[in-house]
Design a protein around this ligand. Structure first.
Ligand code: GPP
Ligand code: MG
Length: 297
């Protein structure tokens, strides 16, 4: 049973969000995602870190493409360990928000790992219907709920979550607006786990990387400078405890994907961006400050 309202101006709020929504609503025959998830019902809209099994490239021609897709799917699923590890020792009674939940892959894997309740938010209607149906089929619809909502303006009360995660979704939002919302939603001491690709403004000025421009055009997104993440976290009382730069580890996935018949053309700018260190792959864990008041001595 699915419950997806039709497009609302309170959720899709402006010209950019309308353009973005239309992009995702139109992306329904994305075999590069749909074929990967078929075997186990985990559909991802993120990439991966770590090496691939190099033997697949030497596989017999009649098996090679299938093995490449299997390997990409293994890697995308294993990427969710970055989120699991960032969440740490999570109690089954905790509530987790998955902001920008796609077709549900990360939400299901967080629930499966910790037994906790997960709320996913997304404004793409076919993604939402798809993930709600999967939740019913996976028999976890009471615990893993997907909501038609804008991830920077959600319907949830203040301090209603102990954890927020974003798995490669923050290139679609204004970071100050998004982190203000996540900070509002988190209990004091709550944790935000963020996996993202970003523009390395330590080596190139914003707006000067053709690779970043090409990816932005491909996905209708805005890749943010690395430093903006930290400014926006600090501005919203979200204090980083872990920062991991996995740029080198993010490359093999794209190398493998460039050998797939389903490659989409975005492989080259990702590979070039990472190789030139203009694009970074980061994992950040941050805690919401228990108080934002400054101590007076
Ligand atoms: C693309 O993944 C993912 C993003 C641009 C990040 C945000 C995604 C959300 C659903 C919020 P993809 O798996 O759709 O790309 P591709 O089709 O190229 O594999
Ligand atoms: Mg994909």
């Amino acid at each position: 049973m699915t419950s997806v309202p039709t497009r609302s101006p309170e959720v899709v709020r402006n010209d950019y969000e309308t353009q973005l929504n239309q992009h995702w609503e139109a992306k329904t025959n994305d075999d590069i995602n749909l074929l990967l998830g078929k075997a186990d019902g985990l559909y991802h809209h993120h990439y991966a870190v770590g090496d691939f099994n190099r033997h697949v490239l030497a596989a017999p021609p009649d098996q090679r493409q299938r093995l490449i897709l299997n390997e990409m799917h293994r890697m995308e699923s294993e990427q969710v360990a970055l989120i699991h590890d960032g969440l740490g020792d999570l109690s089954p009674s905790a509530r987790v928000l998955d902001a920008g939940s796609g077709r549900g892959g990360t939400s299901f894997m967080v629930h499966d790992r910790f037994g906790c309740r997960v709320d996913g938010v997304n404004f793409c209607e076919h993604h939402l219907a798809f993930s709600q149906e999967l939740a019913a089929r996976r028999d976890c619809a009471d615990s893993v709920r997907f909501h038609y909502a804008n991830m920077v303006a959600t319907p949830f009360p203040n301090a209603s979550f102990q954890y927020v995660v974003t798995n490669e979704t923050t290139m679609y939002v204004d970071l100050f607006e998004a982190f203000a919302e996540f900070s509002r939603l988190l209990e004091p001491g709550g944790r935000y786990v963020l996996v993202t690709w970003c523009q390395n403004d330590a080596v190139t000025a914003p707006g000067t990387s053709p690779e970043v421009d090409a990816i932005n055009t491909h996905y209708v997104c805005h890749i943010h400078p690395r430093s903006t993440y930290f400014r926006a976290l600090a501005a919203n009382g979200l204090v980083p405890s872990t920062v991991r730069d996995l740029t080198a580890e993010a490359m093999p996935y794209w190398e493998l994907r460039s050998h797939s018949d389903l490659s989409t053309g975005v492989e080259t700018p990702f590979l070039d961006g990472y190789r030139l260190n203009r694009l970074n792959y980061l994992v950040i864990v941050a805690e919401k400050a228990k108080t934002t008041e400054r101590a007076t001595s």
